[in-house]
Design a protein around this ligand. Structure first.
Ligand SMILES: [Zn+2]
Length: 92
């Protein structure tokens, strides 16, 4: 499996985690009223889940797939933004 595929899988995982985090906060607010703690737990959970993001790097130059220059985007680069290496399999 290419680094792009694994990064894309992680992007989907984070999208799902974001939905669950939002639902979690909404449910807590619905049943227990406004809760800063629930919000904090959701944020910490998302940040913890996203630490894996830093492991998806270009095999050639080490640039992270989720970085576009200084910006971080939720979807990985298909082609390395630094050295131009094709990160996605040609069949994809
Ligand atoms: Zn590269």
């Amino acid at each position: 499996m290419s680094v792009y595929d694994r990064a894309r899988r992680h992007a989907w995982f984070m999208a799902g985690a974001l939905v669950i985090a939002i639902l979690f906060v909404l449910v807590v607010e619905r049943f227990f009223g406004h809760s800063t703690i629930a919000f904090g737990i959701a944020i910490v959970g998302l940040v913890a889940g996203n630490t894996r993001m830093s492991t998806f790097n270009c095999p050639k130059c080490g640039k992270n797939l989720f970085f576009r220059g200084i910006f971080v985007v939720p979807w990985p680069n298909r082609t390395c933004g630094k050295c131009g290496t094709e990160l996605a399999p040609p069949s994809d």
